[in-house]
Design a binder for this molecule. Structure first.
Ligand code: ARG
Length: 456
């Protein structure tokens, strides 16, 4: 089937081993777009007549319709999406035999994947915006809820739940930025690089780039056919997004446990146990956490795939597609279902208030109070530590320590010291930029609403 060079048929096992049609068929729309642009350029430089171009275009459009309607028969013998489409086109219109002029599957596949990935990135960024909107809407819904903030998973200082949620909106903003950045380097046309060294025909690459909406034409034909950096960059950005989603998932898993009891995930996004009737499991969050493993694994597979490859195209590169597709599908699914799920989470306000009322969360505020009375912070830290220990000894909350006890620790303490044990005062007092002062969090929330409203 490779024409003149071969006398024996490919072994059936080879066909099954080397085919990519079972997964690269999904590049069909982009392959057809690329072929139409290439044919249009071939007409411009006089390789095709008007009639030939028209029949190639009509044939490709017909094939596209058949694939979309599920009427197209893919064949394993034709190995990949490129040859399947070209072979059927040529069987229907003789001009099809001219389509591959000046083109190789090496520059063709690179072009198809870049076209596909640009669309994919746009879809992913849309899903990131939707998830950010869910976070922002939740933050607005439960704006007045205060929870303990944690470091080392130990209660640290009180924060607005909204502040915690908007932290994820920030991470996702950087994620969207990384995808957009990767899109810039994806937006380069390889077509016209041929198999490795371009063509002796006067191919008009700038014209093809313009037809396909590529911002640039690649500068080095050898680089163009072997470069998969853009896929690595995408999978790397995706791995980091998956890690961020996994962290969010972990927070939700903890918060929905009886031990925390901060939230209840809607029934539509949880499942029961086949044995324990009382169970309500946060499966979406757990699977999101688990799927980060395969997204990270895909990145490792790609880096390993590339590391020993000599210039230029090597068939190994066909192995990039399943990793890329799996990454894109997994990422998009995680973003979408989490955006939905966050709209179905109810906050147990009492449990949050109870946890946030722990006066030890304001121990730092007491140290700050001593600092405002002129005590060096290191001493203040010590003087509060002593008070914490004394309260534990007396089995009373630190906020109820008798003033005499405090004065015994340090004469700087006076009656007003215990005023720091007020959550609203503590939050209002946090006026540093980026802190969970309710007014600044409200301003952040409004800024997010405006930003997300504008990108809708
Ligand atoms: N299916 C191949 C791939 O994904 C297309 C390019 C094949 N090129 C070649 N010279 N065998 O990489």
């Amino acid at each position: 089937m490779w024409g003149g060079r071969f006398t024996a048929q490919a072994a059936p096992r080879l066909l099954r081993f080397s085919e990519s049609i079972s997964f690269d068929w999904r590049l069909f729309a982009h392959d057809i777009r690329g072929s139409i642009a290439h044919a249009t350029m071939l007409r411009k430089i006089g390789v095709l007549t008007d009639e030939e171009l028209a029949s190639i275009k009509a044939g490709l459009e017909e094939i596209r319709g058949e694939i979309e309607r599920g009427e197209f028969t893919w064949s394993l013998e034709r190995e990949d999406v490129h040859m399947n489409i070209e072979a059927i086109l040529t069987s229907r219109t003789p001009a099809g035999a001219k389509l591959h002029t000046g083109r190789s599957r090496n520059d063709q596949v690179a072009t198809d994947v870049r076209l596909w990935l640009k669309d994919q990135i746009d879809t992913n960024i849309g899903a990131i915006r939707a998830l950010q909107s869910s976070l922002v809407d939740w933050a607005a819904r439960d704006f007045d809820v205060v929870i303990p903030g944690y470091t080392h998973l130990q209660r640290a200082q009180p924060v607005l739940l909204a502040h915690h949620l908007l932290a994820y909106a920030e991470m996702l903003e950087r994620d969207a930025g990384r995808l957009a950045d990767c899109r810039v380097r994806t937006d380069v046309l390889p077509l016209g690089s041929g198999a490795i060294a371009g063509s002796t025909l006067p191919l008009d690459r700038a014209y093809v780039a313009q037809l396909l909406g590529f911002a640039k034409v690649s500068a080095n034909s050898m680089d163009s056919v072997s470069d998969r950096d853009f896929i690595v960059e995408y999978c790397s950005a995706a791995a980091l997004i998956a890690v961020h989603l996994s962290r969010l998932a972990e927070d939700l898993i903890l918060w929905s446990s009886a031990e925390f009891g901060f939230v209840r995930i809607g029934d539509a996004y949880t499942t029961g146990s086949s044995l324990m009737p009382q169970k309500k499991n946060p499966d979406v969050a757990e699977l999101t956490r688990g799927k980060s493993g395969r997204v990270i694994g895909n990145l490792m597979a790609l880096l390993t795939l590339l590391k020993g490859l000599p210039m230029t195209y090597n068939r190994d590169l066909q192995e990039d597609k399943e990793r890329l597709f799996d990454t894109a599908d997994t990422l998009q699914a995680c973003l979408e279902i989490n955006a939905d799920m966050l709209r179905d989470v109810a906050v147990h306000r009492k449990a949050c208030a109870g946890a946030a009322a722990d006066p030890l969360l304001l121990a730092t505020d007491l140290a700050d109070w001593l600092v405002t009375r002129g005590m060096p912070f290191r001493e203040a830290h010590h003087a509060v530590g002593k008070a914490v220990a004394r309260a534990e000894e007396l089995r009373i909350p630190i906020s109820e320590l008798p003033i005499a006890e405090l004065k015994a620790i340090s004469p700087v303490y006076d009656e007003t010291a215990l005023d720091v044990f007020s959550i609203s005062r503590a939050l209002d007092g946090r006026t540093t930029m980026g802190a969970p002062n309710p007014q600044s969090v409200k301003a952040e929330l409004d800024a997010w609403k405006a930003r997300l409203g504008a990108t809708e």
